[in-house]
Design a protein around this ligand. Structure first.
Ligand SMILES: NC(=O)c1ccc[n+]([C@@H]2O[C@H](COP(=O)([O-])OP(=O)(O)OC[C@H]3O[C@@H](n4cnc5c(N)ncnc54)[C@H](OP(=O)(O)O)[C@@H]3O)[C@@H](O)[C@H]2O)c1
Length: 265
């Protein structure tokens, strides 16, 4: 990656991840797949985790054929043993994970009175308990290796605002935001930074059907930018938080939403 050098009065800003080991959860589709490619292109050795291993293997082949280094690990973020086993494999192949992108997530849109306990368990166990299990495992290993590191949690604009039908999801993402701040506080003196990105709406497997519908299109047109985000619009924010370019950012909650959160009321 390039160093962006302005003039003699400005510091060199470094987005390079050479020598870093990055683990991305939920890398079998959507953001996670994209993030893995971006981190590899920035020089990191990348470990990609999720449950659909065939997809992870294709992603690894593609990153390697582009000149990067990558490893696929089967991982269910709701299961502590599965998370620990994935970190063991990552460490054996590449060394201590020092960049975590905690991205795996699910949704089960329903209004509150139609939501079941099973819906709650599905969403909260993946989005919040899963994010905690993975972040805590990463932090334990960074602390014991004295490696320092960065944790980038993928929350959502719905962790900061809410929307009809997204109560449990919003609650889980608000939890991720508080968890991010909590980790930022407790891990700062271990040289571990924790920040969160709050994406607005980007078309992925999670929501593609809705955004292809007339209702979905009308909703997006009503937002300030009038459009969905494009995957590459996440690259700058991701690399800022994952690299030394963001070395004094800790506990930051960064919306990437085209201004969705500042909609007129
Ligand atoms: N797209 C948006 O507009 C948007 C906006 C704000 C926030 N987000 C957040 O962005 C993140 C990625 O979502 P996406 O939009 O890219 O959706 P996606 O394409 O559906 O990807 C979700 C990923 O999470 C993984 N996953 C789900 N449950 C898992 C589990 N128990 N263990 C391990 N991996 C699991 C899935 O992999 P497997 O099924 O293979 O395990 C998949 O790779 C989520 O946290 C989502 O909440 C998305």
């Amino acid at each position: 990656m390039r160093h962006l050098v302005d003039n003699e009065n400005l510091e060199t800003t470094n987005f390079n991840l050479a020598g870093k080991v990055a683990l991305v959860t939920g890398a079998s589709s959507g953001f996670g797949e994209h993030f893995a490619r971006v981190l590899a292109a920035a020089g990191a050795r990348v470990v990609v985790g999720a449950r659909r291993e065939d997809r992870l293997q294709s992603l690894v082949s593609s990153i390697i054929s582009d000149g990067g280094e990558a490893l696929a690990v089967a991982m269910d973020v709701t299961n502590a043993a599965s998370v620990a086993a994935a970190f063991d494999q990552a460490e054996a192949a590449f060394g201590t994970v020092n960049v975590l992108v905690n991205n795996a997530g699910v949704a089960a849109p329903k209004t509150v009175h139609k939501t079941t306990e099973a819906d709650w368990d599905f969403v909260v166990n993946t989005n919040l308990k899963g994010a905690w299990l993975v972040a805590a495992e990463a932090a334990r290993r960074m602390v014991s290796a004295n490696s320092g590191g960065v944790i980038v949690n993928i929350a959502s604009v719905l962790g900061l605002a809410t929307s009809t039908g997204h109560g449990i999801y919003s609650a889980s993402k608000a939890g991720v935001i508080q968890l991010t701040k909590h980790m930022a506080l407790e891990l700062a003196n271990k040289n571990i930074r924790s920040n969160a990105i709050c994406p607005g709406y980007f078309k992925t497997e999670m929501n593609g059907e809705y955004f292809d519908s007339d209702a979905g299109k009308a909703y997006i047109e009503s937002t300030p930018s009038g459009r969905l985000g494009q995957m590459q619009e996440m690259d700058g924010p991701l690399l800022l938080l994952a690299s030394d370019a963001g070395s004094f950012m800790n506990g930051a909650i960064v919306p990437v939403d085209g201004g969705h959160l500042v909609m007129s009321i």
